[in-house]
Design a protein around this ligand. Structure first.
Ligand code: C5P
Length: 308
């Protein structure tokens, strides 16, 4: 039996460039791994089967479309295993369709878990390539820490970071579809009438002030530099997110932003005590289903012992 713990992410900068011919957008995507984590446990099985527990378990598809199942099959195919056998159990804490790359995390964890269960010893570079085939956010869940993602987000460069940052995540009822949020971003840009085609939108560069704030471990400077080009689109599709963002700021957050494509909202706190107080205030505000205080950066998908 192999258990892999895998973190959620928040994008501290999500710069969205032009619409590519393949339907993806070029990004300047600064990923940050946080302590909200799923655990994927692989045991020997017949074919590839899945179970899931956790507050959102009913929303998790347990068929072959699940990224964990796809990861197991892709790894087996890569190694020419004709009849892969594994049962994957997902203990889910990351919000489903929440903008925190929970499905991608499970895909990354399944790669690591099946690699160990089947004794394949796949080089990390190859796991990263397989991860990129599964989805734009999957390679980062293997890497963890803080990293710049270029291309559609899958070309990674680890970034220097000092200390620990304290975060609160406000979980919404129900998810948002990532493709729908990117489409809304494009629609809002067209409505803005810049005159240029969506393909011509320049890809932003990583913000030097943001990189310096990460490198020096300065939460006030990081708060001032947080940026998400998908935020307007997520709020346009789910206007109530504006109330959640406002409630966290009122409760003393240094900054508030939508996490990735949402609807989870992220709040940076000055320390662990402030994070706990903001989580309590957000939960009481009625503007979200629940709120979690956590921290980061944390490592990527790692083999360990299951949390009891
Ligand atoms: O790569 P992944 O499967 O996670 O992407 C889901 C969807 O999000 C894509 O099909 C696309 O609509 C959108 N996307 C995008 N540009 C990116 C990453 C994702 O438009 N860089």
């Amino acid at each position: 039996m192999i258990t892999v713990r895998v973190p959620a992410k928040v994008n501290v900068q999500l710069g969205v460039g032009g619409l590519r011919a393949d339907g993806f957008h070029d990004l300047a995507n600064v990923f940050f791994a946080v302590g909200l984590a799923d655990e994927v446990t692989a045991t020997p099985g017949d074919g590839v089967t899945l179970t899931c527990t956790g507050p959102d378990a009913v929303s998790v598809p347990l068929d072959g479309s699940n990224l964990a199942a796809r990861a197991a099959r892709l790894l087996a195919e890569h190694h020419g295993l004709a009849d892969p056998g594994v049962h994957l159990h997902i203990a889910k804490a990351i919000p489903v369709a929440g903008g925190m790359a929970g499905g991608s995390a499970d895909g990354a964890a399944a790669l690591v878990a099946c690699d160990a269960l089947w004794g394949l010893d796949t080089p990390f570079e190859v796991l990263l390539e397989l991860a990129a085939e599964l989805g734009s956010d999957v390679p980062f869940a293997l890497l963890g820490g803080v990293a710049l993602g270029r291309g559609r987000g899958e070309i990674l460069e680890a970034l220097p970071v000092s200390g620990t940052f304290h975060w609160v995540f406000a979980v919404a009822d129900g998810g948002l579809s990532t493709p729908a949020v990117f489409r809304e971003c494009d629609r809002l840009r067209e409505e803005d009438g810049t005159g240029s085609s969506l393909a011509d939108v320049p890809t932003p560069d990583p913000d030097p002030a943001l990189l310096a704030a990460l490198a020096t471990g300065d939460p006030v400077a990081l708060a001032a530099a947080l940026a998400n080009d998908l935020q307007a689109a997520a709020v346009s599709l789910r206007p109530s997110l504006a109330d959640t963002l406002h409630a966290g700021t009122e409760a003393g957050a240094l900054a508030a932003l939508v996490s990735g494509s949402g609807p989870t909202c992220a709040f940076l706190a000055k320390d662990a005590d402030a994070a706990r107080a903001i989580a309590v205030a957000l939960t009481a505000s009625g503007t979200c289903r629940t709120a979690h205080a956590t921290y980061g950066p944390v490592p990527g998908a790692t083999i360990g012992t299951p949390t009891p």
